[in-house]
Design a binder for this molecule. Structure first.
Ligand code: BT5
Length: 264
């Protein structure tokens, strides 16, 4: 990725700063470190390649060189953002989904943090926080997007079918996609906490009004089978939790260690 072109292309955005790395372990780790120093709101870390990209619960996120987007945005959260991280995961997911839909792709959000095109995972989001005592000082929103087909991990590395933006027919340049994604995030962020934000996010949900099963996951990858619930995915609570209509009544599923699958 050409750093000079990148900086020029992003110059019209309200970013707090940019750190570009040709190769790094994880942009979220870099952003978490920067956040403990002097990072402004909306500071961006972007890398061409990640050697130890992370998903949730210590899972791996694969970012081969020259093929994908790996970025982390540092936010100084507003009170509502700091209280409900789900809303920031929603911000990233909705911004990307909105953008892909504007280009005619059938993008949707597999709650809580995956973006799908025609049922295949094209991007994932990892939200992490820097705490100061019991206060959230900064939040890092990490986003990985498969752009070229070469970014799609081998089947054995992916728990869910994967795809890339180019494989789905949108031949957008990576730096242009990054620019448009950041623009989309900046324009959606002021809507966080509003009914309009939740409604648009709900409308973007995959499997809406369909039966799904959700599990609580533990850090060692095993699923807590007794904690699985099946129900109809109805929508979202104002705090970004999932509303599931189960035989035992309507349940609110908190954002967190959750895995969701459609019921075949
Ligand atoms: C996620 O976790 O989907 C969050 C991924 C966040 C990645 C970004 S990249 C920039 C920033 N820096 C980081 O270090 N991370 C963030 P999760 O829902 O836990 O999904 C992880 C699972 O997705 C893995 O266990 C694989 O099965 C699968 N996977 C890994 N790489 C993939 C890829 N490139 N495309 C599709 N699926 C992938």
């Amino acid at each position: 990725m050409d750093e000079i072109r990148l900086r020029k292309r992003l110059a019209d955005l309200p970013l707090g700063g940019i750190r570009f790395l040709q190769k790094t372990a994880s942009t979220n780790d870099d952003a978490l470190a920067w956040a403990t120093e002097d990072a402004n709101d909306l500071s961006l870390v972007v890398a061409d390649e990640q050697t130890a990209g992370r998903g949730r619960l210590g899972r791996r996120w694969i970012t081969p060189p020259g093929t994908a987007l790996a970025l982390s945005l540092i936010l100084h959260p507003t009170p509502i953002e700091g209280e409900h991280f789900a809303l920031l995961s929603g911000l990233g997911a909705l911004a990307l989904t909105r953008l892909l839909k504007d280009h005619g792709l059938a993008a949707s959000v597999k709650w809580p943090n995956d973006i799908l095109i025609a049922g295949r995972k094209v991007a994932g989001i990892l939200v992490e926080a820097v705490w100061l005592g019991d206060k959230v000082e900064s939040v890092v929103v990490g986003i990985g997007v498969n752009v070229l087909p070469e970014s799609i991990p081998p089947d054995k590395e992916a728990q869910f079918p994967a795809t890339s933006v180019h494989s789905e027919g949108l031949m957008i340049d990576r730096i242009d996609l990054l620019h448009d994604l950041l623009m989309s995030i900046a324009s959606l962020r002021p809507l966080i906490g509003s009914e309009a934000f939740i409604k648009e996010w709900e409308n973007a949900l995959a499997f809406k009004n369909e039966p799904v099963k959700v599990w609580t996951e533990s850090a060692n990858e095993s699923l807590l089978a007794d904690a699985s619930r099946t129900g109809i995915l109805r929508g979202l609570d104002p705090d970004g939790s999932l509303i599931l209509d189960t035989p035992m009544g309507v349940q609110k599923i908190n954002y967190g260690e959750i895995r969701l699958r459609p019921v075949k």
